[in-house]
Design a protein around this ligand. Structure first.
Ligand code: RFL
Ligand code: PHB
Length: 393
């Protein structure tokens, strides 16, 4: 068995693991990232697209924002469409001057990998049988295989940034963790299309046929989503059905705004809320989707992963600068306070905008009353704007 040594061993090269590695590198702390997939796969995953100010600032601190600064779009508002009637939510005015940035997670991942590898950071792609061990001791290790070699990576700490299906969370004895979960009775069909989006801003559409979201990947592409049934398959969604449904849910008045184009990617995403408490056990720290999941309606999954990394990178830096374990010990508590507020917001946006089950007509009326109230109340809209643009760290 080969032996390697680093200060912080990171499992997973998603946005959480990569940003952590970049920030620690900038503070002179060594890391090795172990990633199960190959680089091409990691760089081609299509996921989130809306960034809060705190996320953009963190990517700046990670020295990975050069392309973002020149290619991203600033959005000062969103639109909400209710059965075809559109209403603009002025995020900037309602939040006291804040906005969101539209830039795809795919591009963020490409940027982080490019900068980190150029500066000499180590990412081991296609690492298999990755097993975190001995993290209840002061000498944790991550065992893994790469190119046929079995290696033991000795480290001071392990950061489990390996997403919802990763190995880190499941390596902690279940009796030490508590899980909180809600699975929703619908999913999203997502498409990426070579077609201009119907509006300069995102449109969240609640319609009697179900929810639809009209987003974008600047400069030329549309990123579009449709509420669908949980057991749907892509066979149910030929291109023509998708375009018709997108037109229909935007309403008769705006249907002409939909411009068709080649559909480059199609996929179904289930909707889940999930939180693990605590997010640390001994010297193993969980961050991002490894610890929590939100349904994508509030555009928070990626932003939450990055806010965890803000707290965790500060805690590691403080430890290596001063020897203090205070921030490391309180990492989970600090991160969870923001996570639960964001879980609440994502659950609220999801429940309010999606068509509820046919059988619960009471819940559906409450949902419509909530939407009606939101669109008629500056106080309610200000709360949406404050949460959508991002709660403070
Ligand atoms: P990631 O991005 O899942 O990265 C985890 C990385 O760990 C690797 N990995 C392992 N590596 C080594 N050994 C193992 N045993 C491993 N197991 C897994 C994986 O290959 C991967 O590279 O987690 P991270 O960094 O915490 O980032 C979180 C965000 O990616 C996530 O919150 C968002 O993308 C969620 N999400 C969306 N969020 C939004 O805000 N808007 C969206 O539109 C949106 N769409 C999505 C999404 C998540 C999806 N998933 C997870 C299936 C669409 C999809 C399909
Ligand atoms: C996206 O562009 O992928 C996106 C935007 C807003 C959301 C979810 C996804 O709420």
């Amino acid at each position: 068995m080969k032996v390697k040594r680093t200060q912080v061993g990171i499992i997973g090269a998603g946005p959480a693991g990569l940003t952590l590695a970049r920030l620690l590198f900038e503070s002179g702390i060594s890391t090795v990232i172990l990633e199960a997939k190959d680089r091409e796969y990691v760089e081609n995953r299509i996921r989130a697209g809306v960034l809060e100010k705190g996320s953009v600032e963190l990517l700046g601190r990670a020295k990975s924002d050069a392309r973002l600064q020149s290619n991203a779009q600033i959005h000062k508002g969103i639109e909400i469409s209710l059965n075809g009637d559109r209403c603009r939510v002025n995020l900037e005015k309602l939040s006291g001057g804040k906005h969101v940035t539209v830039y795809g997670q795919t591009e963020i991942t490409i940027d982080l990998i490019e900068v980190h590898t150029k500066l000499g950071g180590e990412i081991i792609f296609e690492a298999s049988n990755v097993i975190p061990r001995d993290f209840e001791t002061k000498t944790p290790v991550i065992q893994y295989e790469s190119n046929g070699d079995l290696t033991e990576l000795q480290c001071d700490f392990i950061a489990g940034c390996d997403g919802f299906h990763g190995i880190s969370r499941s390596s902690i004895p279940p009796s030490k963790l508590k899980f909180f979960e809600r699975v929703y009775p619908y999913s999203w069909l997502g498409i990426l299309a070579e077609a201009p989006p119907p509006s300069k801003e995102l449109i969240y559409a609640s319609h009697e046929r179900g929810f639809a979201l009209y987003s974008m990947r600047p400069p030329t592409r549309s990123r579009l989503y449709l509420q669908c049934e949980n057991n749907t398959t892509l066979d149910h969604w030929p291109d023509e059905v998708i375009w018709n449904e997108l037109r229909c849910r935007l309403g008769v008045k705006d249907a002409h705004l939909i411009q068709e184009g080649e559909i480059i990617e199609k996929g179904v995403t289930p909707m889940r809320s999930f939180v693990t408490e605590p997010m640390q056990y001994g010297n193993l720290f969980l961050a991002g989707d490894a610890a929590h999941i939100v349904p994508p309606t509030g555009a928070k999954g990626l932003n939450l992963a990055l806010s965890d990394i803000f707290y965790l990178s500060n805690a590691f830096t403080s430890f290596y600068d001063t020897g203090s374990t205070k921030e490391l010990k309180s990492y989970s508590k600090t991160a969870l306070s923001r996570i639960w507020k964001t879980e609440r917001f994502s659950w609220w946006m999801t429940s309010m905008l999606h068509k509820a089950s046919e059988t619960d007509n009471f819940e559906d009326r409450i949902r419509l009353a909530e939407l009606d109230y939101l669109l008629s109340s500056e106080a309610a809209l200000s709360s949406l704007a404050e949460n959508y643009t991002g709660l403070p760290y």
